[in-house]
Design a protein around this ligand. Sequence first.
Ligand code: MG
Ligand code: MG
Length: 237
Amino acid sequence: MRRAGRVVREVLELVRSRVKPGATTLDLENAAEQRIADLGAKPAFKGYHGFPCVLCTSVNSEVVHGIPSSRRVLREGDIVSIDCGAIVEGYYGDAAITVAVGANIDPDTARLLRVTEESLKSGIAAVKPGATLGDIGAAVQSVVEAEGFSVVRDFVGHGIGSHMHEDPQVPNFGEAGRGMKLRPGMVIAIEPMVNAGKPEVRVLKDGWTAVTDDGSMSAHFEHTVAVTDTGAKILTE
Ligand code: MG
Ligand code: MG
């Protein structure tokens, strides 16, 4: 899983370097697909329940599961969430980043990105043997809501291993002390999806792209994290 996680990280960093005004989300997809193949890994998303691509690229008010397209041109001031999964010898890695397009991003949107990444770090910091899933959710939620943003409820993190989505579900909200206890050897994907406005989302007619219902901006950061005897080991770093 560490090897799968490293593939995902390498692909995300390559794609980050390709994000610029004028690039299309299909350009990002093509770069990612080539790099996954070059690294001898398999894409985890392409064909998953019929998803057509190796990346999810979700721009501005798109929350998750955006489909890369030659018609989607990135503009200065946009943000794009890039989610990638890879398989190495049957084991999965899954991670996401949200990247600003160009240097002139609106200050509130910049804060949304910072806070979402911070909430992921806070969730990871809660991971240790004996802690609960509720501890993770509460840690994420408190960082997000202290800044006046909202946590998406309709999509959650997940266990991961020889399948991309395994039990348990890992919500980005909850109450400390509640839910399943973490044990060494468990591996989970923690992935806060944070809206600048209200938490409600809806899915577009393409059957995949989830967008904020109020049209506000949305950010997404994700790591695959192993529970160890002493705490958390991030496998997608
Ligand atoms: Mg993901
Ligand atoms: Mg995931």
